[in-house]
Design a protein around this ligand. Sequence first.
Ligand code: XMP
Length: 608
Amino acid sequence: MSRHDTIAVVDFGGQYAHLIATKVRRLRVLAEIRQPEDPIEMFSGYKGIILSGSPSFSSFGEDSGYTKAIYDLDTPILGFCFGHQEIAKHYGGQVVHGGREWGRASLHIVRDHPLFRGLAPVEPVFMSHFDSVVSVGEGFEELGYTMLGESEGGGHRYAAIGSDRYRRYGFQYHPEVDDTVHGHEMIANFVLGICGCTPSWTMERYLEEQVERVRAQVGHRSVFLLASGGVDSTVAAKLFGLAIGPERLHLLHVDNGLMRKKESRAVIGMLQSLGLGEHLHFVDAGDVFLKALEGVSEPERKRQIIGDTFVEVFEREARRLGIEDHLLGQGTIYPDTIETGGTKRADTIKTHHNRVPVIERMIEAGRVVEPLAELYKVEVRELGEQLGIPHDMIWRHPFPGPGLGVRLLCSGGAEDREGFAEIEPQVEALAARYGIQALTLPIRSVGVKADLRAYEHPVMLGGQVPWDRLVEAVGMILEQVPGLNRCIWNLGPAFPSSARPLAAGMTRERLDLLREADAIVMDGLQRHGLYDTIWQCPTVLVPLELDGAGRELVIVRPIHSERAMTATPAALPDALVEELRKGILALPGVSGLALDVTSKPPGTIEWE
Ligand code: XMP
């Protein structure tokens, strides 16, 4: 157990449960994720417990097999949504399937209570539930309610409940979501007030602790780390250097043939400038990766192959360099684990390269050391600053481990028009409402819907419409038409009337083409001063010909995000769009250009 006051966050599933932990950490109080069925001994020593929401229904008794002995502990417990309903039920209240609320609601606070200290009598909160609490047991009281509409018969719902005697509390809404405007204060009132936590968990302390942990885990061995040049592996490398010294730290930069233009050379220079050049090894393994990827177009298969090939190259290099008795160091961060389905209740959205089965087996065998595995990207950046890494290196855009491998779509050339008979008329009707054109594309990309992987069709839109209206139209289309998870906005000269996949694999020529297009985009963002305001901007090459042109489509995906678990599309200024049109459409082999205008969910940031 940590030396800091710590809150346990019980993860009942969903992609956002971890947000709660982040919000607690922002209060400088350590939060640890626990699984609902963890043995009761694992819940001892916490100053408070928070139960997350869940995709399960409390009213139907779903996911009720968790460690209920937590209710016997003398530790304050606060539940959100599903957690709130479970607390109500456990203490004799009733939960029914009904009373659904989506989005913003007004919380009316019933009385002055420490949980709502400093807040107004009515607070905007974010709701997303089907089930509701309709009565509470003895010893509990209603602390806040929301009003039912006339059509639902009037009356009100239990939106916040509590028992000061048992120190159990529940919020039907989600204070961890930014739409609950004072959610941060409500969480602070619980953590600092009711649980009495002392805010002592700082990045400085975290760093000290990780250094100790790494030393203890590594012992007399050495660490061999794959250094991509990305923020995570660079921060991990600096941390390892601090923990075990440069003599026992080996870095390997693999050019897998899927890097950006001139990237490997820049990465080597950057690692050297950070004082990490002592055992810095480089291998050009482009041929090995491209051979392994030959003829493969299914995204998950590509990811598995890239992950496996990394390990193969790594093991071979370790033998060649005579590095014995080493642990594999990785800069894995929390979303890598959760999106690979690494927590029990999360679906596999995408297999991240550092979570393929061989690596999972190495983790089980204690051969992997991952000091950033609990952190989100923002926290990794904060840690990087603590380690003295220059601002520009820390604020580089994230680049996925499988690199351009997941941005170069491949195809056998067959059209995939499954569901088009239902999709097309619905899309066209909705698009017409906004005065825009639409073309459903006979290919697929990966997305995420209701916490599940969605491999579905994109739609191309075009016409004259202001950005806000376009975003609204996209939201409407993706919400109402099943089978779609992405919209792109045509930047080509004319709106196409047909689209057909081209047979295309993972070849050097296509990778070079994508590298050129990507370099044009990155250069444009820098020149227009947008590199720092846009969080990430993948460029994707899709083997899809428009209007029988016989050449491919480039898609640019600028997004705003904070933790990569959600994202919104970013608008680009007209001048930059014009430059992209000129530069990219002039590339040989390209005849189409589009902007991805999808939020995450339902799209993911990367296309595969
Ligand atoms: P998605 O596409 O799932 O991406 O919305 C979320 C963030 O993760 C990055 N990403 C990866 N990073 N290995 C990584 O290190 C991977 O396999 C991987 N796949 C996606 C992606 O670029 C985005 O920032």
